[in-house]
Ligand binder design. Structure first.
Ligand code: FMN
Length: 304
């Protein structure tokens, strides 16, 4: 039986299969369907400093092999997360990686400090530097200097928790941003968040989404995510958590081979809440098929 553990900077996981933020609620909702002991970790929905109502509906629309969403970070705010969700999350028999989004650089830092002080039970903290749906908000991870500064300041404000910088693919060169996150002291980067797109109802000559544009996710984006992860991994500057269209054990193996040390399952949770568990169950067999004794034996072994 291959060793499934994986290590990304200071983050140690039982296995490389996590579930992605925004697709798994705050885990309570999924408890009837998911054996948490099987997962490498859970990333709950992004929280912001203050509660947010999110965008006007419709907020999701199905596309070919994927979906567009413009939820707009609908959440009850950081205090509610720490007081209400975290007491449940810390009872789960798996790693829980909090996920925060600040409206400004300073707000990110204040939130990271609050999580550092009150976030006992978390295994790490993911910085959502990349939400494309927050009207008036900034997509921080389009700017390498800003990315480096936010990661560095959050690391200083929250020194005890491994930090993961979640990157947007909506940039010219994602490796520049990944390197900036590494320079800032990120333990890992997660790549990628959704690709900005739109859907149109031509009969009504209207956008389908209330927000007009939204983020594309699901199997449709897997080839794009694979390339992004492959390019970041080649930097050898920071471990990568792959996100984007992962729905099967084969998908996970492809991302490990191109250089990811862990993965997150996102949109697949919506149409099959058991997907992540099925994938984790199949992983030992897939690793054994390559003669691998551990996850690291496969990571970044693409022959080109
Ligand atoms: C409905 C929906 C809501 C999402 N909300 C968040 C969020 O709150 N925070 C975040 O970091 N990513 C969020 N994401 C992005 C996912 O975590 C993931 O990065 C993206 O969907 C690509 O992975 P996938 O193709 O497996 O879904 C959301 C995605 C979807 C589909």
């Amino acid at each position: 039986m291959p060793d499934l553990t994986t290590t990304l900077g200071r983050l140690h996981l039982r296995n490389p299969v996590l579930v992605a933020s925004g697709t798994f609620g705050y885990a309570r909702e999924m408890a009837p369907y998911v054996d948490f002991t099987k997962l490498g970790g859970v990333v709950p929905k992004t929280v912001t400093a203050a509660p947010r109502a999110g965008n006007k509906p419709p907020r999701t629309v199905e596309t070919a092999s994927g979906m567009l969403n413009a939820i707009g970070l609908d959440n009850d705010g950081l205090d509610h997360f720490l007081d209400h969700h975290l007491p449940y999350l810390r009872t789960l028999p798996t790693a829980v990686i909090g996920n925060i989004a600040g409206k400004t650089e300073d707000e990110f830092v204040e939130m990271a400090a609050a999580v550092g002080a009150r976030g006992a039970g978390l295994a790490g903290l993911e910085l959502n530097l990349s939400c494309p749906n927050v009207s008036g908000g900034t997509d921080f991870a389009v700017d390498p200097a800003l990315t480096r500064r936010i990661v560095r300041r959050c690391r200083d404000a929250c020194p005890n928790l491994p930090l993961v910088a979640k990157l947007t693919p909506n940039v010219t060169d994602i490796t520049v941003i990944a390197r900036a996150a590494a320079d800032g002291g990120a333990d890992a980067v997660s790549a990628v968040n959704t690709f900005v797109g739109m859907a149109v109802d031509w009969r009504r000559r209207k956008p389908v989404l209330g927000n007009v544009t939204g983020g594309l996710s699901g199997p449709a984006i897997k080839p794009l995510a694979l390339r992004a992860v492959w390019r970041i991994a080649q930097l050898k500057a920071v471990p990568v958590i792959a996100v984007g269209g992962i729905a099967t054990p084969d998908d996970v193996m492809e991302f490990l081979v191109v250089g990811a040390s862990a993965v997150q399952v996102g949109t697949a949770n919506f149409y099959d809440p058991t997907a992540s568990v099925r994938i984790a169950d199949a992983l030992p067999g897939a690793l054994a098929a390559l003669g691998a004794e551990c996850v690291a034996d496969v990571v970044g072994t693409l022959a080109t």
